[in-house]
Design a protein around this ligand. Sequence first.
Ligand SMILES: C[S@@+](CC[C@H](N)C(=O)[O-])C[C@H]1O[C@@H](n2cnc3c(N)ncnc32)[C@H](O)[C@@H]1O
Length: 254
Amino acid sequence: MMKRIYVIGIGTGNQEHLTVQAINAMKTADLIFIPTKGADKEDLADLRREICERYLEGDAASKTVEFAVPARNTADPAYGRSVDQWHAALADIYVCLLDKVPEDKSGAFLVWGDPSLYDSTLRILERVSGRCSFEVTVIPGITSIQALAASHRIPINLVGKPVEITTGRRLSENGVQAPSTIVMLDGNQTFSRIDDPHMEIFWGAYLGTKDEIVLSGRLVDVADEIENVRAAARKKNGWIMDIYLLRKGSDFQE
Ligand SMILES: C[S@@+](CC[C@H](N)C(=O)[O-])C[C@H]1O[C@@H](n2cnc3c(N)ncnc32)[C@H](O)[C@@H]1O
């Protein structure tokens, strides 16, 4: 038998986002890898530690292995190249982590939200698959998109209409392309530069956590408020994760 690597979606900040399948996989894994991203994002590492303490029933200390995530070179103007180099550095770290898992035993990566959405754990495991042998099992988790929809009590799509999921960077380059657009990874509040009196926004930060904030309304009416609330929250907490839905039109309107 080969080593097994679980890639476990842990939801977006609420310990109760974990599924029974995720908890069982954590209990089964012999080692659990916890990424740390420096003092600013210590809250996120703490959340993973708390999840381990809550669900591993006394085994957390003996099973968890922390590793520091290197920073991407954001000074590089070629975004793709900087991500590729960052993944190469992470791949070297993954090889060391996988070496710690004895043959026939298992390790687990705890992934924020779900591993399928703007997360590179699976991509990096694919990248190292020629350097070590292991099998991967993916356990799905609650994404920030689901957390946003739940907190606003809305469906994401309009009836029979498509949804685009994009980043702040792409939104700024391409503008709004779909009736419903989910925007993630936007450190530049790109929504504030969209000039459309009919656009609605459903915004959420720290979704699932005790600090959750949600705001919604016509973009022209609430954009300034969101910018101010966001800036104040970021200053207070030292970090922020936010996501929003831009929506134009209504159900049954062609
Ligand atoms: C690297 S992506 C990870 C997405 C994650 N895999 C998921 O399933 O949601 C990080 C982005 O997800 C969004 N995000 C993740 N967690 C969030 C949260 N608790 N509240 C608001 N947005 C969140 C933000 O747009 C953030 O910039």
